[in-house]
Design a protein around this ligand. Structure first.
Ligand SMILES: Cc1cc2nc3c(=O)[nH]c(=O)nc-3n(C[C@H](O)[C@H](O)[C@H](O)COP(=O)(O)O)c2cc1C
Length: 503
């Protein structure tokens, strides 16, 4: 029997034969609220610390509050308002989200500092404030739930991102599980970069005792559940240290399960990929990323992507903040070409973080299972680059061509008829061999792969916006047809698409 993550993946594939039965009419009056409300708790307003409102007398610890305020705004804050024909505006956030449904919540845990009392806080996105809903110290519980992860030893602050599943499942049903983790990956991309620009170092923890983290935050683990823990190290106070502990731990591999009804599959998979007790840590040797790129096709054309045109994030990363705050998913492309240099810069920022240390960014951002995620690119309109499908080899920094053909028409179809697929100059496909991933991380691998693909997607998004290009993620595609049409090896499950083009 296939393991549960594999089974889930097969069951939630979109296929031209069955897709017509999947879409049900949405009752917008039943859409779950995208914000969480607390009846009690002390509220800390973060708005006065934003630069435009800084013309007041400096208070002690203003600097700390300013950094935290900017960091949260750039991670998940409201960045745009969109008027609907029904009267109520829709608010968009710093991180993109499939369907604009925003299943993620962000919690802050303080160990207790001079300026931020110990306890649990929820980031209230709608008002850009923190609500302190639990005032006791929970740091030792947090450490225990993370199996004493060393990144929680020295620091004072941590985030937990959670998911309110129904916000996304309401529309996407069981397939929402994929989008929840992709969304969170985008959010983690913002967190990593916004941390660096506000002098924090973000360390991610994906292997934790789910029930203990959920209990700590008063979540039932079913309607809302913890997805990722992020330790924030204040690099103004402590220099970043090298930690060898893994970001990801394995869960069980579940091969015996009953028949699971549609609508229950998402929750079943989530429960079965929980970790209860500390698993054997992945040993250090297996953690070392392979220096070999996975695919090397004999006799294929190879195009070097090494570039001197790294992306310039401005004085003290000021342009990074502007880019995050201005980012929007492009709604249509002109169909015009990108230049090869533009494509090289996009790939450089996304896959070569070591080239950005001099600008103050994290040269080794945390991923969970990045060595298991592969990248293929369908090129339809890039000057000086033959149309076709390429494998991107991140170690060698080159494109390796696997098909010659302009796939515009097919991409339109593969993206469920979305024009974005047809008019994009290039479409990036993130894929993974699920069998291999599950062998290493148990069924929880499914979470890690989607988080990493989303994180890469966010770097592509920000690089594109900085270059004044267009970009949009695509979570809905005909899974197996992508492999067939583009000649992507069958064992590579397609996880996520990012379209790039001229807006
Ligand atoms: C995981 C994911 C999947 C998405 N899938 C699609 C898609 O299939 N089609 C589309 O037009 N936009 C897609 N988007 C873009 C969202 O619609 C967009 O992020 C959302 O409307 C919020 O707007 P913003 O990105 O401009 O803030 C996706 C975004 C994410 C993060």
């Amino acid at each position: 029997m296939d393991s549960i993550a594999y089974h889930y993946h097969q069951r939630t594939k979109y296929d031209p034969e069955t897709i017509a039965n999947k879409g049900k009419a949405l009752d917008w009056s039943k859409q779950p609220a995208p914000y969480k409300e607390y009846k009690i708790g002390h509220s800390f307003d973060l708005k006065p610390y934003l630069s435009q409102e800084k013309d007041r007398e400096a208070q002690p610890y203003d600097e700390e509050w300013l950094r935290l305020s900017l960091f949260l705004l750039c991670s998940y804050g409201l960045t745009a308002q969109f008027q609907t024909i029904y009267g109520d505006p829709i608010y968009l956030r710093a991180a993109p989200s499939a369907g604009g449904l925003y299943p993620a919540e962000v919690y802050l845990i303080s160990r207790g500092t001079n300026w931020l009392p110990a306890g649990l806080y929820n980031y209230q996105v709608a008002t850009h404030s923190l609500i302190h809903f639990w005032e006791n110290t929970v740091w030792s519980e947090l450490q225990a739930a993370c199996f004493k992860h060393p990144v929680l030893k020295e620091n004072q602050l941590a985030l937990v991102t959670t998911a309110v599943f129904e916000r996304s499942a309401w529309r996407y049903e069981d397939r929402a599980y994929r989008r929840v983790f992709l969304d969170t990956g985008h959010l983690l991309g913002n967190i990593e970069l916004a941390a660096a620009s506000n002098n924090y170092k973000a360390h991610c923890i994906g292997g934790f005792c789910d029930e203990e983290i959920n209990d700590l935050l008063y979540l039932d683990g079913h309607t809302e559940s913890a997805i990722a823990v992020v330790s924030l190290l204040d690099t103004n106070k402590t220099s970043a240290t090298d930690f060898t502990a893994p970001t990801a731990l394995p869960s069980a591999t579940v091969t015996e399960y009953p028949e699971i009804a549609d609508g229950q599959l998402l929750h079943y998979l989530h429960q079965k990929t929980n970790i209860d007790t500390e698993p054997t840590k992945i040993d250090a040797a297996r953690e070392t990323p392979s220096l070999e790129d996975k695919y090397n096709f004999p006799f294929c054309s190879k195009i070097a992507t090494i570039t001197e045109n790294t992306i310039d994030w401005g004085e003290q990363l000021s342009e990074l903040e502007n880019t995050i705050l201005q980012r929007r998913s492009t709604r249509s492309y002109t169909g015009e070409d990108l230049t090869l240099e533009e494509l090289k810069s996009l790939l450089n920022f996304t896959y070569q973080p070591q080239d950005y240390v001099a600008q103050g960014l994290d040269g080794e951002p945390d991923y969970f299972a990045l060595d298991l995620v592969e990248t293929f690119i369908a090129v339809s309109g890039v000057q000086d680059l033959e149309a076709g499908c390429y494998y991107y080899a991140p170690q060698a920094q080159e494109l390796r061509q696997i098909r010659f053909k302009n796939f515009r028409r097919e991409l339109h179809y593969l993206c469920l008829g979305q024009e974005l697929g047809k008019d994009a100059a290039a479409v990036i496909f993130h894929t993974a061999d699920l069998t291999k991933a599950i062998a290493k991380y148990g069924d929880r691998a499914y979470r890690y792969l989607h988080l990493d693909a989303g994180h890469l997607g966010q770097r592509l998004n920000l690089a594109a916006i900085r270059l004044k290009l267009g970009v949009s993620g695509i979570g809905g595609f005909f899974d197996d047809r992508v492999n067939q049409v583009l000649d992507i090896p069958q064992e590579e499950a397609v996880i996520y698409l990012t379209t790039l083009g001229r807006p």
